[in-house]
Design a protein around this ligand. Sequence first.
Ligand SMILES: Cc1cc2nc3c(=O)[nH]c(=O)nc-3n(C[C@H](O)[C@H](O)[C@H](O)COP(=O)(O)OP(=O)(O)OC[C@H]3O[C@@H](n4cnc5c(N)ncnc54)[C@H](O)[C@@H]3O)c2cc1C
Length: 512
Amino acid sequence: MKIQKICILGGGTSGWMTAAGLSNKYKDLDISIELVESDQIGTVGVGEATLPHIRFFNQALGIDERDFMRATRATFKLGIEFCDWGALGDSYIHPFGDYGEPINGVDFHHFWLRLLQNGHNFRLDDYSFPILAAESGKFQIPGSDNTKIGSNFGYAYQFDSTLYAKFLRSYCEDNGVVRTEGKVVDAALYPETGFVKSIELENGTQIEADLFIDCSGFRGVLIEQQLKTGYDDWSQWLPCNRAVAVPCEAAGPSLPYTRATARPAGWQWRIPLQHRTGNGHVYWNEFISDDEATHQLMSTLEGPALADPKQLYFKTGKRRKLWNKNVVAIGLSGGFLEPLESTSIHLIQEGITALIELFPDANFEGSDAVEYNRRMDLNFDRVRDFLLLHYVATQRDDSEMWRYFRNMTLPESLQEKIEAWNARGYLLRYEQGVFLPPSWVAVMAGQNLIPSAYDRRANTLSYEDVLRKTEKIRHDSHAAVANTPDHGAYLDQYGAKAAFEPLTVPSAPAQF
Ligand SMILES: Cc1cc2nc3c(=O)[nH]c(=O)nc-3n(C[C@H](O)[C@H](O)[C@H](O)COP(=O)(O)OP(=O)(O)OC[C@H]3O[C@@H](n4cnc5c(N)ncnc54)[C@H](O)[C@@H]3O)c2cc1C
């Protein structure tokens, strides 16, 4: 028997992305999709920085990039700048792209390590076009020849995720998705299987479906409140458990990168959109009060606040099974890892892709769910390790929080990865996982983990050849940036800039 009806519970970013992905794939297959959301509950209302993969999601939906950028007031994103992570005063950019290019099949960073060992002091960043472009506030869409410096990088967006959900809603409704407004107050389960039969709205309406997608946010209305799936709590590794977020007026030109600045009890984000800048302070409440965290945030805004600060509470980790019985949890209902590397929307996308590939029949073969959970568990594990790397690859010990990370037992997978890097710049390859070797190089080298040796094959070239080849890459990268337009001007020229009224500062801003 085939699935005939899908019910998506939740109309945040995850709900509408899921509805868009499924309605695009199944529109001619006689499957009806109904999305239920509650205006009374609302959405989490944060989530502005993304990874390059979102472009492929939009492309698969047939969405025009310019329409999308205007609708969501998006800017381009070349990477994330990390300030004060390795040591106070340090900064580096994690770019969406490789450093240099392999020489004779050997990764570029080994040649850079050889230069360092010979007393040169070149920044690895000088061999990365996206880093140099970000530092200069420049951007243009990569050209079609991806072997050419200036075209061999990825990019993502910084956008208003509430506007994205709204944009996708109209896409979905055009594709036949039915939206129902109402608060879900209960669910009926089949007594013999424990599968969800229907959900019940506050007004008494019952909605039946074969497959339920739980996109209800942190509540996990079906996956947890009904199915009691359980949660793997990862607070021992990623203990930050609160955030306060506030938008402010933008100051200066819009920048093509996100900034994450380490703080004594957490870190702070700054995400420049077309019409405003998003800001937030993620922190561990063990070492800072909500008031103090809010004060730190408000006192470092680059312009006047445009709303009252919004407080958020979370526990890092993931649901024990993201697919349980006939319920698949996508988005915050499935788990949450702090937004340090903009991974949540990406994990939503991974969940949708895996569901489409493993789409079940109505008799729900157990193997579909097992494989889905295996894939998603790996994705979550990899992100957890990568985030944790930022906290442990550091010389900081100037506060309780930083000292906590010094004494931590790491997950084995991360421990092995760091050891292989430290020994000779080797990057253990993972099965699954969004972050490829250049991302690991960016964070490890950026936070001053410099391997004691490098790949011996980097010695097969004479030192003069290494100098000549690396210098050409450095020179070409700088030259390509010199020919790249300013990001703000490019948004306009590309047709991505929205026409909008400037936002106003509320008349009675909160006092701190
Ligand atoms: C501090 C913070 C910063 C973040 N920054 C980023 C970032 O920069 N980049 C990134 O990729 N991600 C980020 N995220 C994550 C991102 O916000 C979420 O992944 C994304 O918004 C998806 O949320 P969601 O749709 O799963 O849940 P929500 O937005 O909470 O939506 C839940 C939906 O379920 C509905 N609902 C809930 N209960 C019921 C009920 N009983 N009946 C009916 N409807 C119900 C709600 O009305 C709502 O429509 C951040 C998250 C936090 C907490």
